[in-house]
Design a protein around this ligand. Structure first.
Ligand code: DC
Length: 237
């Protein structure tokens, strides 16, 4: 047990940094860069929800068939490759699906399956198993509130829907995909509404999270902010 700013902080195993926030807030890139800099493990929890959605879409399972979705979540045969200090590859049932799960369709379906608390429970142990020495950077919606409530640094990234849509448009353009900005804003707003409005583990900052508005910040600036927080907390440990 450690005491930070008069508060008890549990550090049972390896230390955890949680990075939560809405779609397109840049948390994936930030989490990746922070993990690479520290040489820590990385959990992209959104990928797990995307994998459940991807499997459901592929197998023709309805996105409201809760029991079938839970079974998919429990039985996911997935390997994350190079999740320490490098790019992440995702192998599902022996097939590389790294890029297949990144579509807008899969993101929206992931947000739907993630609304079931039973699906979330089915994925909980799998997420916690990522916690290994020397430490973990966990990226998602409920990392600081539900999955790792004892994390020693919690960050919540925000950005306006407009800016997030512009970033996504640029990303898609680099992949040769042209989508209208207004469509992306609409998608992002409906995903926010669903992720924030659901009963189970809604998207919200943990009470002890540091909120960083990334509208006017570069990725490097956000990464440096997070690393400074880690430094500050470490200096009091
Ligand atoms: O971060 P992402 O876009 O890959 O996440 C896809 C969806 O998965 C997101 O809209 C909501 C859900 N999700 C969640 O509910 N909890 C998490 N920890 C991560 C993602």
């Amino acid at each position: 047990m450690l005491i930070i700013e008069g508060k008890q902080v549990m550090m049972k195993d390896a230390p955890v940094i949680t990075i939560d926030g809405p779609a397109g807030s840049g948390k994936g890139t930030v989490a990746h860069n922070v993990a690479a800099t520290l040489g820590w493990h990385l959990l992209d929890s959104g990928a797990l929800y995307r994998l459940v959605a991807f499997t459901a879409l592929k197998q023709g399972i309805a996105l409201d068939d809760e029991a079938a979705l839970v079974a998919v979540g429990r039985e996911l045969d997935v390997i994350f490759t190079g999740n320490k200090q490098g790019g992440t590859g995702i192998i599902l049932d022996g097939q590389n699906v790294t890029h297949d799960i990144r579509t807008e369709e899969c993101g929206s379906a992931a947000s739907q399956v993630a609304a079931f608390s039973s699906v979330r429970t089915a994925l909980l142990d799998r997420q916690r198993a990522f916690l290994q020495m020397p430490g973990l950077v966990a990226d998602g919606r409920d990392m600081g509130t539900v999955v790792f409530p004892d994390a020693f640094v919690k960050v919540y990234l925000t950005a306006s829907a407009q800016i997030r849509a512009e970033r996504r448009k640029k990303q898609l353009k680099e992949q040769g995909i042209d989508v209208s900005l207004s469509c992306l804003v609409r998608d992002i707003e409906s995903r926010d509404a669903r992720d924030c409005g659901r009963k189970s583990a809604p998207l919200k900052p943990a009470a002890d999270a540091v909120i960083i508005d990334t509208d006017q910040l570069s990725v490097d600036e956000v990464v440096n902010n997070v690393l400074s927080l880690v430094q500050e907390r470490r200096s009091v440990l």
